[in-house]
Design a protein around this ligand. Sequence first.
Ligand code: AQP
Length: 333
Amino acid sequence: MKTIFSGIQPSGTPTIGNYIGAMKQFISLQESYTSYFCIVDEHAITVQQEPLKLRQQTKSLAALYLAIGLDPAKAIIFIQSEVSAHAEAAWIVQCNTNIGELERMTQFKDKSAKNSRSGVSVGLLTYPPLMVADIILYQSNLVPVGDDQKQHLELTRDFVTRFNNKYSNGNHLLTVPEVKIPKSGGRIMSLQDPLKKMSKSDDNKKSFISMLDAPAIIRKKIKSAVTDSSGVIEYDSENKPGISNLLTIYASFTDFSIAELVDRYQNSGYGQFKEDLGEAIVAVLEPIQIRHNELIDSDELDLILDEGAIKARSVANKTLIKMKNAIGLGRKN
Ligand code: AQP
């Protein structure tokens, strides 16, 4: 069976962008892959986090993984910082990566510009090597992510090819992963500025819907989403990015295709469309929220995370030892 790895940062509550771009894919993939779903808290600290809030968001994200339908009998669910091999392997990756490769990363450029006033951590620059480590430790074949992670996946593929050539004569010491981005919904845009990606750490709370927003808030945020003055519901991401983004969200939360939605609302205005969209999102998120709230302080959740960490450690450590042996660290294991 092939292996997948993916992670979400507990840098806030996941948005519907994180859900559509990444989490929703996990549910079906766990059926046919050996699956590792990680809460990447070490990635989250590349920007400043409040310790108690970070811990609470980490547990909440784990509860959300289960609430959307990830099954610990099928998938390994764990917290990154509880498997020390990630930080160790990341160091090896950093020492085999050029600074120039990292300075070119779009996410580094965006996030360092956004955080320039509070200071840009070295971790923000070395975020991609940690992500490379996450992926290679499980010899992952496939990484389901949103569009914004494509560049990091290319870096991972380059790193693995280089590492295999340099340290194992081109043999497959590490697996070269493929990226999997959804055909539609790989980049959900901000509700307030549809030219900008929806992000959970956006200061403007109206720009995103969090997976734990109350139904009334969800309806309100959709109502105030930026569209345009034409009032015509059609998909044209270049000229009508606002309504096009809402159409993508609507299709992702229902069984309708974008073409079916355009047809269905050809004689309606934005008001009716937005009202129905709000209901469609609530219909999916409300049961998830109920399950999340049952799980959040349960022993069951802790048990699942304990077991997940044990399983992940055993696989990750094997790869780490192979990497250390290959590059000559320590005495041979
Ligand atoms: N707007 C988006 N549309 C589709 N997919 C998205 N993802 C993120 N934003 C969108 C995907 O969600 C997964 C988890 O992302 P992450 O938490 O690792 O970090 P991120 O990509 O930086 O996401 P955010 O929401 O923008 O977080 P902050 O605000 O903390 O930086 C990834 O697969 C990502 O592609």
